[in-house]
Design a protein around this ligand. Structure first.
Ligand SMILES: CCCCCCCC/C=C\C/C=C/C(=O)SCCNC(=O)CCNC(=O)[C@H](O)C(C)(C)COP(=O)(O)OP(=O)(O)OC[C@H]1O[C@@H](n2cnc3c(N)ncnc32)[C@H](O)[C@@H]1OP(=O)(O)O
Length: 302
């Protein structure tokens, strides 16, 4: 499997991705609902459903994990689906959206870093880096159709796309709220924020752990469009058409020119970033607060 980073990254899950997917449908194709014609074959895995439309060259990728928390399995399946579409010259764009009601993506799956050993935390963080690198540098146009809450790691996923369309629902807030959980966004995430909304706005939002409701997210430039919930998909498709109207080679080289320095910074310090993450999250104090936070989330549900 070709990796965005070259040779250094080899988490067990990605060296043996199919082992994680035993019993799932990844790699199998089936007719899309209401489809059946050319390009209407969908494929997917337990946690990622891909609905490709060969005629338009656009695939819709739907996340379908509980709350779309970014478990190691979900990260792995996302990378595999992305790679599959990248390698198929039929496709020029992906619309990323959620199949879970009210949640686009709940961010890092905290159960992957709470009560786990350092080796697991390292493997998990490398998978997170890998997904970000692949999405941020993807040659395809990525449009996020954000149809639910989008905190922290969910916002990372959205920020790594080229364009963001958010449903106009005050409950669907988006932002990097890490500080409020007592954790710190890594430098590459901070860089992505700065690239999107500028330095001063990022400084404020990161320190305050701001989660922006739709109108404010639009105002600060975190999303490109806010539309009624039932128009998120159609607006994402219109945005996609606008981006695909540009010749691929020119758009791709321009994207690379704009993003490469940010990605290279992580590539140069990937191991150190992993070590920082592991030593930080494995601290007793951080483990205790993660445990308390997870407990609160579970109780809130009941
Ligand atoms: C010096 C250098 C140090 C470097 C350190 C780097 C640290 C890393 C820094 C940044 C990267 C990113 C970090 C993150 O992403 S942290 C995660 C942040 N996410 C959240 O805080 C969201 C938490 N969830 C919610 O607020 C809500 O669940 C919701 C708004 C997303 C959805 O609400 P609702 O539909 O009401 O769902 P429930 O609350 O009922 O949840 C359902 C179910 O899912 C569980 N769950 C939710 N979120 C998570 C999660 N992020 N991880 C694990 N599990 C989650 C929840 O507990 C319920 O579970 P169940 O009871 O078992 O069904």
């Amino acid at each position: 499997m070709a990796l965005a980073s070259g040779v250094r990254f080899a988490p067990r899950a990605l060296l043996r991705p199919w082992a994680l997917l035993r019993g799932t449908t990844l790699g199998r194709t089936e007719p899309a609902a209401g489809g059946g014609g050319d390009g209407a074959r969908r494929f997917g895995s337990q946690r990622v459903l891909v609905e490709p439309d060969a005629a338009s060259g656009v695939a819709v990728m739907k996340l379908r994990n509980p709350s779309n928390a970014l478990s190691l399995e979900l990260l792995t399946e996302l990378v595999i689906s992305l790679e599959k579409l990248e390698n198929d010259k039929t496709f020029r764009g992906i619309i990323l959206t959620s199949d879970c009601p009210r949640v686009f993506c709940a961010g890092l799956d905290l159960t992957e870093i709470c009560g786990r050993n350092p080796a697991h935390c390292a493997e998990y963080w490398k998978a997170m880096q890998e997904l970000w690198l692949r999405m941020y540098l993807s040659s395809l146009v990525l449009v996020a159709a954000i149809n639910g809450a989008c905190p922290a790691g969910g916002c990372i996923i959205a920020l790594s796309c080229d364009c963001r369309v958010l449903a106009d629902n005050p409950k669907y807030r988006i932002g990097l709220n890490e500080t409020l959980l007592g954790i710190i966004a890594p430098f590459w995430l901070k860089d992505t924020y700065v690239n999107t909304i500028g330095h001063r706005a990022s400084e404020q939002a990161l320190q305050l752990g701001s989660l922006f409701p739709p109108a404010e997210a639009l105002q600060v430039g975190l999303v490109d469009q806010v539309v009624p919930e039932d128009q998120v998909q159609s607006t994402a498709l219109s945005e996609m058409a606008r981006w695909l109207a540009v010749p691929d080679h020119a758009r791709q080289l321009t994207k690379n020119m704009m993003r490469k320095a940010t990605a290279d910074r992580l590539l140069r310090q990937r191991d150190a970033d992993t070590q920082n993450f592991v030593s930080f999250v494995c601290r007793d104090s951080i483990q205790k607060s993660l445990q308390a936070y997870l407990e609160k989330l579970r109780q809130r549900k009941g």
